[in-house]
Design a binder for this molecule. Structure first.
Ligand SMILES: [Zn+2]
Length: 99
């Protein structure tokens, strides 16, 4: 009958945001390699370059503004992190953000 603990505790846990995916800035466009991958903005650690990467096939596009003709790189072995929406806007590519 006597239940210890409080149900409020669960509510607190729920407020923890999902950091990894929520933080990614999604990009408009279609991956020309796999055609159905999710596109996000990333920053390459070595040169701080802003690229678009496909989460499906791990293709990196060096020219976010033109996926059709952009040089591409393989992201395996490339250190990168998700770019924030602010970084994308600062780079003048706000029009490519998928909101
Ligand atoms: Zn792809």
């Amino acid at each position: 009958m006597a239940r210890l603990g409080s149900s409020r505790h669960e509510g607190v846990e729920c407020e923890t945001p999902h950091v990894s995916h929520e933080a990614a800035a999604h990009a408009l466009g279609t991956c020309r390699v796999c055609a159905n991958g999710e596109l996000v903005f990333s920053v390459v650690r070595s040169d701080q370059r802003l690229i678009i990467e496909c989460l499906e096939c791990l293709t990196g596009y060096l020219v976010p503004t033109d996926l059709a003709t952009s040089q591409v790189i393989r992201l395996e072995g490339t250190e990168s992190r998700f770019a924030t929406a602010r970084e994308v806007m600062d780079a003048g590519m706000a029009n490519l953000l998928a909101l």
